[in-house]
Design a protein around this ligand. Structure first.
Ligand SMILES: [Zn+2]
Length: 271
């Protein structure tokens, strides 16, 4: 599943080819993905200029003069830039034809993605209740500690709640907690200020490193004919249960927490 670092990498890859471009054609090949694609979207988009491509959580926001096109890649979606005469592949559900002659296509085999239009992204139901961006300035130890006050939920569940902070998916939550030496099951109300600071730094570092490694993996976006090969990262705990901890050689343990696979070092991350 594309996570925040992949979506950010995709955004950075398409910006040079899409920002400032006029949309000279749009094709909707399916009526709906996760939600119905707005009727007439191809007419709405025609002759609009893509002023800016922003990201909020895992949504890509194509800001145009009269509104914003929202794209979400769901479980299996990806974007590719192709020549317009490339025959659409199976599951190529939506595309924008740009004045520079490139075609931006959305392929989504499982159809959990989204293609939506809004004139007011800030108050859109999918966006308005989201917590801050993990790489933004609002995401601080003070903020987290305030949100955690008088709550006893497990730390990992807390940082994966998109109302608390967006984009900390399961892999990144596992890795950041290991880096911060915090047990995933720690009740959030018991965490000290220094540990919050450590955790915020760890989350930012984990995501920033993933974005950096993605930038090298997805270097030539225009060539992507098949799947983009979402980047393989060096993972310290996720998927490593039963193997020795890279810090202390203790065997990593796996538990289920909030129905998600959770791996940690019982020594480095003691409760
Ligand atoms: Zn360890």
């Amino acid at each position: 599943m594309p996570e925040l670092p992949e979506v950010e990498t995709i955004r950075r890859s398409i910006i040079p080819h899409c920002e400032g471009q006029m949309i000279v054609g749009a094709s909707v090949r399916r009526e709906s993905l996760r939600w119905p694609i707005p009727a007439q979207l191809n007419h709405i988009l025609l002759r609009l200029k893509i002023k800016q491509i922003q990201r909020r959580a895992k949504y890509l926001l194509f800001d145009c003069e009269t509104g914003t096109l929202l794209l979400h890649l769901g479980m299996s979606g990806y974007l590719k830039l192709v020549s317009p005469d490339t025959v659409p592949a199976k599951h190529d559900h939506f595309e924008l034809l740009l004045e520079n002659g490139l075609c931006l296509r959305l392929n989504d085999s499982r159809r959990f993605g989204a293609v939506l239009w809004t004139t007011d992204p800030a108050s859109h139901p999918l966006l308005k209740n989201l917590g801050p961006e993990p790489l933004g300035q609002e995401f601080t130890a003070e903020y987290l500690s305030n949100r955690a006050k008088n709550r006893q939920m497990p730390l990992k569940t807390f940082i994966m709640d998109s109302k608390v902070v967006v984009g900390v998916g399961n892999i990144y939550a596992n890795e950041a907690l290991f880096r911060a030496r915090l047990h995933p099951n720690t009740p959030v109300g018991k965490i000290k200020p220094a540990a919050w600071r450590n955790l915020v730094d760890s989350i930012k570092l984990t995501l920033a490193q993933a974005i950096e490694s993605g930038g090298t993996t997805l270097k030539d976006f225009r060539d992507s004919q098949g799947k983009p090969g979402y980047f393989q990262q060096v993972l310290m705990v996720y998927g490593q249960a039963g193997r020795p901890c890279c810090q202390c050689q203790t065997l990593l343990e796996e538990i289920r927490l909030g129905q998600r696979t959770t791996v940690f070092c019982p020594k480095c991350q003691s409760l």
